[in-house]
Design a protein around this ligand. Structure first.
Ligand code: GMT
Length: 391
């Protein structure tokens, strides 16, 4: 096979609002733009999938039956993956988020009995740090990773956590999240900003799926600290289980007129670029795609010194990192930064530079292509995988 031969890839992901689905879809679309054939297989169209982007979507039907308390999605997915792999002569099945996709991809290969089909698993975060480490899922997750031809993780942190908690013998390649720096880019203040903030108000933004790991309460606390010192508004983009908590806190702190909840938006690029700072004080982000997208817009990030976030940006250079839960320090340091125009400008420039230098789509996507090509080459010569055991 030459370096330039287009590949046929199947990808499966959770279609719901979240970073793993975003990465899968952005990767699928970037691969199509680079000439590959890509099929996305899931139970619904993933939230960032663009119509006309060239990615082929295959929806998984999950029939129910009165006997089932839980419809067996994994089996329906495995069957669909096998069908699409056979119909389109796929060379790779790429599972995003281990549970249940990695096992379903492995089963699809077993169903087909096709030793040339490569299985690649990308670990995104809670598939290891929370869900995968749970004793109910751990043995199956470890098994599926060991059966993958290649396992990638979105940060060094996640790679080490996986080896510590799930699969000490797995060889894991780190491929960071990436960003389209032509879509996420600095923008002058636009009329859209005036819908949320007056000209003399600072605009802070948080985007997530409002799960407990995001520490939504801390987002509100940081904002409370800032708005005690400066006129400011907070835009909460997204939705999820902890939204009522944040709404209640906003009321209790008398901030309900200063915090706007937009709900989940399919594309937050324009609003992110209008922010003066982005807040991500999570318990632990394996990477923090939303933070990277903010940096690409030249927006400083305030986050926790935990998980993979310190791999994304450096404290005091492109943003602010404090220990988890230190909302006072986060807020006070942000007030100081916003009040220092020279340092603020330098931080914005550094944020954009870091995103473009380290995490551009064009430099990260070829790393996935290389993984695919290595797996295909190995599968054609030898069904066993070098990824099974660490050297
Ligand atoms: O929460 C998750 O682990 C699922 C995943 C998602 O779908 O939201 O998010 C993770 O994957 C992103 C893309 O690789 C990372 O940028 C996020 O940091 C990561 N979230 C966490 O680790 C909490």
């Amino acid at each position: 096979m030459t370096q330039l031969e287009p590949l046929r890839i199947g990808m499966t992901c959770h279609p719901t609002y979240g970073g793993s689905g975003a990465v899968a879809v952005e990767l699928a679309q970037a691969l199509v733009a680079r000439g590959h054939e890509v099929h996305v297989i899931s139970y619904a169209p993933p939230f960032r999938l663009e119509a006309g982007g060239g990615v082929q979507l295959h929806e998984v039907a999950v029939p129910t039956y009165p006997l089932f308390k839980f419809p067996p999605y994994d089996m329906a997915l495995a069957s669909k993956l096998a069908e699409v792999a056979a119909d389109f002569r796929l060379q790779i099945l790429h599972a995003h988020y281990a549970i249940p996709h990695s096992m379903a991809a492995y089963l699809a290969r077993e169903i087909l009995g096709d030793d040339t089909l490569g299985v690649v698993t990308t670990l995104h975060g809670t598939d290891i740090t929370l869900v995968g480490a749970d004793p109910s899922y751990r043995p199956a997750t470890t098994f599926a990773l060991r059966k993958s031809d290649a396992v990638t993780a979105v940060s060094r942190f996640l790679s080490l956590e996986t080896q510590r908690k799930i699969c000490g013998a797995c060889r894991i390649e780190v491929i960071h999240n990436f960003v389209d720096t032509t879509r996420y880019e600095p923008a002058p203040r636009s009329p859209v900003r005036l819908r949320f903030a007056k000209p003399d108000e600072w605009l802070l933004v948080h985007t997530s799926n409002f799960r407990p790991v995001k520490r939504i309460g801390d987002v509100v606390q940081i904002f409370a600290e800032v708005s005690r010192a400066l006129p400011a508004k907070l835009l909460m983009i997204g939705d999820g289980p902890d939204r009522p908590l944040a709404e209640r806190m906003a009321k209790e702190l008398g901030l309900q007129k200063r915090i706007v909840f937009t709900g989940a938006l399919p594309d937050a690029a324009e609003l992110t670029a209008q922010a003066d700072a982005f807040l991500l004080p999570s318990d632990g982000e394996s990477f923090g795609l939303a933070a990277l997208e903010a940096l690409a817009c030249g927006v400083p990030v305030v986050g926790s010194r935990a998980g993979g976030l310190p791999e994304v940006f450096e404290d005091g250079v492109e943003g602010i990192l404090e220990e988890v839960g230190q909302t006072r320090a986060m807020g006070q340091r942000l007030v100081a930064l916003l009040g220092d125009p020279k340092r603020l400008e330098a931080t914005k420039l550094a944020a954009r530079a870091r995103a473009t230098q380290l995490f551009r789509t064009e430099s990260v996507v070829p790393q996935y292509e290389q993984v695919y090509r290595d797996v295909i080459a190995r599968r054609q010569h030898r069904p066993e995988s070098k990824y099974l055991e660490a050297p």
